[in-house]
Design a protein around this ligand. Sequence first.
Ligand code: DAH
Length: 343
Amino acid sequence: MSDVLQKIQSLKKEIELFEFANDQSAEEFRIKYLGTKGIVKELMSEMKNIPVEQKKEFGQILNEFKQFTESKYESLKQSSGSEKISSHDQIDYTLPGDEMPLGSRHPISLMQNSILTIFQRLGFAVAEGPEIEDDWHNFTALNLPEHHPARDMQDTFYVQQNPDWLLRTHTSNTQIREMQKNKPPIRVICPGRVYRNETISARSHCFFHQVEGLYIDEKVSFADLKQTLYFFAKEMYGKDVKIRFRPSYFPFTEPSAEMDISCTLCAGAGCTVCKRTGWLEILGCGMVHPNVLQNCGIDSEKYTGFAFGMGVERPALLKYGINDIRLFSENDVRFLKQFTSAI
Ligand code: DAH
């Protein structure tokens, strides 16, 4: 009998240490110890070999072992149900969480958004157009017919598969699309990326961003254009900024002008940024050419309008004191994460 008692002792130890990971382990336990061919049944069958005078004592020990095994099985079943996680991978809710790095807005988006916000306050709606454009929307409709010498002002990337498609050279394609879609009054501001076949350097890139503006209604005059852009310059560069208009040429406007602001760095005194002139050129503008209105089905006898277009990179370079335009498209996170600002 002492053999069997020893066996029961070591089985108890084994049961105490029984580890479990899931429901199956509890079931495995049951089959191994309490099943019809399990260890408890096997021990019961030993009874016949026990001498009569020891049967009572052995019976008690066996019963106790059976109860012990059954209670272990009950506790295994419970913990594998609701608290399945074993002690070594329990979660410590008091540990600090993993850091969640916050992204930041791209400096071009920041600059673009501040330009848009100013015009939105004046009632301009934001409109966007395609970057892959047909020749008509990018050139012809803007009074730049084929072979017009002014097409050379903008070196164009053409799409190989279709000679009629190109990467837009300016956001002016969007004013055409807006005039085709809507009836006057039209007041839109159109941000977007544009492409030109230019050598990449610290000062120029083969793609950059522009914001285009268009206002068409009855009796819109050059005075409205000046007033709108003056408001924009003051909002953007401060109330002390000076502006000047210089006559210029764009095929899609007549008359055409370029607008300068007093240098934001030297306030007009002359520095290396403004090349000692005291002025910075910020945009092109003019009264929409009657041919452009007619091309878009707008009566040029009844309606007039103004348009303007400005680059986004240059003011961003100035505002953030960056000296290389290539940084904007290199996606270096160390550069980008420096620009945190309200939307
Ligand atoms: N599209 C011109 C450019 O890319 C900018 C421009 C000038 C847009 C005058 C206009 C405008 O709408 O009226 O240089």
